[in-house]
Ligand binder design. Structure first.
Ligand code: OS5
Length: 230
């Protein structure tokens, strides 16, 4: 089995590479890909760079070029739900693009013809994450993640995204990865640890908590990998 582990920023995969220890590095289409053998499975690990376009490229590359059969995303997110605080973990049940807008043609936000507003994540890995959380003594929240090419640092925009999509958290890569995996029939799992509240203080909170929240997410994803390889 070949598993892909992906983040958007170097900080989001650094704890995973540190944990793996030994890996080979190659370059493809402007990104670095790290390959390792871990407990009898093959891993390919990469950060995509920020946003929907780069994350689409990386997810596609991991599947089509490196042959990944499952994909796990680890990273940070801005909270929408008031119950999510810095450091908390959210597992995406489904994802949507909050900046996809052809409403002028009568379509709902997040929808284009022959697409769907939401893409659902793999149910088996979500179930597995509950077992992992239980074993780790951690609380994880399941919820809807909204993705867009925008760092949200505005209460009104955040509330609009929350209301329009019933979204619990937002970020900039999850839904594009979800679209790729869904189209290519690759089960995927998207985990995020909260770094900020997507409000006027978001950039400061993000800078302060990126590293610690990225570690929270990465540690959990590695426990998921440990369970998947057994
Ligand atoms: O990957 C982007 C989305 N991530 C999740 C996230 C988020 N998304 C939207 N709104 C929010 N409030 C969110 N909170 C967390 C995080 C990331 C956000 S964009 C951060 C850009 C920070 C940065 N800019 N320049 N550098 C860092 C330095 C640099 C310079 C050269 C090369 C690489 C980095």
């Amino acid at each position: 089995m070949k598993l892909a582990i992906m983040g958007a920023m170097p900080e989001e995969i650094a704890p995973i590479l540190q944990r793996i220890g030994t890996y080979t590095t190659s370059e493809y289409a402007g990104n670095k890909y790290y390959e390792a053998s871990y407990k009898d499975v093959d891993l390919v690990i990469a950060y995509s760079k920020i946003g929907k376009v780069f994350s689409t490229l990386t997810a596609t590359t991991m599947i089509e070029h490196f042959g990944a059969q499952r994909l796990l995303f680890s990273g940070v997110a801005g909270a929408i739900s008031a119950s999510l605080k810095v450091g908390d973990l959210i597992v995406a049940t489904k994802l949507t693009q909050h900046d996809l807008d052809i409403t002028a043609f009568g379509h709902p936000y997040g929808y284009v013809p022959e697409g769907s507003v939401f893409v659902e994540a793999d149910k088996e890995m979500i179930e597995l994450s509950k077992i992992v959380a239980n074993e780790m003594g951690k609380t994880i929240q399941e919820g809807i993640i909204a993705t867009g090419d925008q760092f949200v640092a505005d209460e009104a925009r955040k509330n609009w995204i929350g209301k329009t999509f019933s979204a619990d958290a937002l970020e900039m890569e999850g839904a594009s990865v979800a679209v790729v995996c869904d189209a290519l029939d690759v089960p995927f799992f998207i985990l995020r640890a909260i770094s900020d509240a997507a409000d006027m203080d978001a950039s400061f909170s993000f800078d302060e908590f990126l590293e610690t929240s990225a570690v929270e997410s990465a540690e959990f994803v590695m426990k998921m990998v440990d369970k998947l390889v057994r």
